[in-house]
Ligand binder design. Structure first.
Ligand SMILES: *Cc1c(COP(=O)(O)O)cnc(C)c1O
Length: 379
């Protein structure tokens, strides 16, 4: 009986997950993936323990695929072909922790600068690493306030600077201009500096945005993080960190037990994630990723116009796939799983979001307004 009961519970859970997936507009997670070809790999205890560039004694691993994932993103982010390194992480947060970790090891006496729009994981990471930090004001659109950055930096010119720039902020998908931040560091002659770019959300399509918004290695970044389960999509959360090999070498320590260098944050690492990401980029290629982005951009425009037509002041940052507008009532917010922050909410037009879903959402907003006019409460 217990057995039957459990089957029933799994069925219910499946339905619950499927329903939730289909009314989901507020979080940056793609749901249009198909990894069924990889099903049989769940029979193996894959573990990417250790540095992906070194052979470990544990051989049930996907290091080769992992390195190809790193190659792909290093190329996309215009890293020096002779000087890059990285690994597949458990998510953007771990990638950010790694970037900050290298930065702190390079400049133990540094100050970290990050804007008000920075993701909460960064604050926690800074706390874990115990680095002093200063919050810089954000502009109305969510982008860092360059003037406040310059003034604040000026006061601390005697200290090395670690700058945490955001490429695609959580609420408004604002993007800090890495070249501009680098220019300010140069202008103030702060030679000891490190720029980590948190591109968890927008890194996967950042290279296709026109006009270009500077964020990559050639623009001045020393490390870049992305999330694998956001724009690309994966059943398991994952992330990528890309940095310079020369920087990573400063912090690696050899561990004889696994026969590899302990260069990663966690010991055991998810080898299935690396395989999924590899599969996705093999299928898509750069051209496929770009196509995905352009589709999202078109949906964004459609969504923005549909809301504006209803008199809702919707807007989006240049090149962004996030539409920002004043918060909606609780019922609609819950149904469409919308995140809200200070009177604002957003729809993130991930590649799987359809115009039909946008129409259904706008329809809900419309009918709710009608019932509000009739003085009935629509929550
Ligand atoms: C999602 C996100 C993160 C955290 O990434 P996880 O993959 O959820 O750990 C960090 N920064 C930004 C800007 C994000 O959008």
């Amino acid at each position: 009986m217990v057995h039957l009961n459990n089957n029933l519970r799994l069925k219910e859970l499946m339905k619950q997950l499927s329903d939730a997936r289909d009314t989901f507009l507020g979080y940056p997670v793609s749901k249009d993936f198909d990894y069924s070809a990889l099903q049989d790999f769940f029979k193996y205890p894959i573990n990417n323990l250790g540095d992906p560039y070194e052979d470990s004694t544990y051989r049930v691993q996907t290091h080769e695929m992992e390195r190809e994932v790193i190659d792909f993103f290093a190329d996309l982010f215009r890293a020096d072909p002779q000087d890059y390194w990285g690994y597949v992480t458990n998510g953007g947060s771990e990638s950010n922790l790694y970037g900050l970790y290298i930065a702190r090891e390079m400049y133990p006496k540094a100050m970290v600068y990050f804007s008000e729009s920075t993701h909460y994981s960064v604050k926690k990471n800074i706390h874990l690493l115990n680095i002093p930090s200063i919050v810089i004001r954000s502009q109305e659109n969510g982008e860092i306030d360059y003037e406040d950055f310059e003034n604040t930096l000026q006061f601390n010119r005697d200290k090395p600077a670690i700058v945490l720039s955001t490429f695609g902020s959580t609420m408004k998908e604002a993007k800090d201009d890495v070249s501009r931040l680098k220019g300010i560091l140069k202008k103030l002659a702060i030679q000891d500096h490190y720029i980590h770019c948190d591109a968890a959300l927008s890194g996967s399509y950042g290279s296709f945005i026109e006009p270009r918004i500077p964020f990559d290695f050639r623009d001045g970044a020393d490390s870049i993080s992305i999330s694998g389960h956001k724009f690309i999509g994966s059943p398991i959360p994952s992330g990528v960190i890309i940095t310079k090999r020369s920087l990573k070498d400063r912090i690696s320590k050899g561990i004889s037990y696994i026969g590899s260098s302990d260069t990663t944050i966690t010991g055991s690492r998810n080898g299935h994630s690396a395989l999924f990401l590899w599969y996705a980029i093999q299928k898509l290629g750069k051209a496929g990723l770009k196509k995905r982005y352009l589709k999202s951009l078109e949906t964004t425009l459609y969504c923005k116009e549909a809301l504006i037509k209803e008199g809702i002041p919707a807007w989006s940052n240049p090149g962004a796939i996030t539409v920002v507008f004043p918060r909606v009532n609780e019922k609609i917010k819950r149904k469409w799983q919308l995140a809200t922050e200070e009177e604002l909410t957003h729809i993130i037009c991930m590649p799987n979001v359809t115009k039909d879903q946008i129409d259904a959402f706008v329809g809900d907003v419309k009918s709710c307004r009608r019932s509000e006019e009739k003085q009935t409460i629509c929550t």
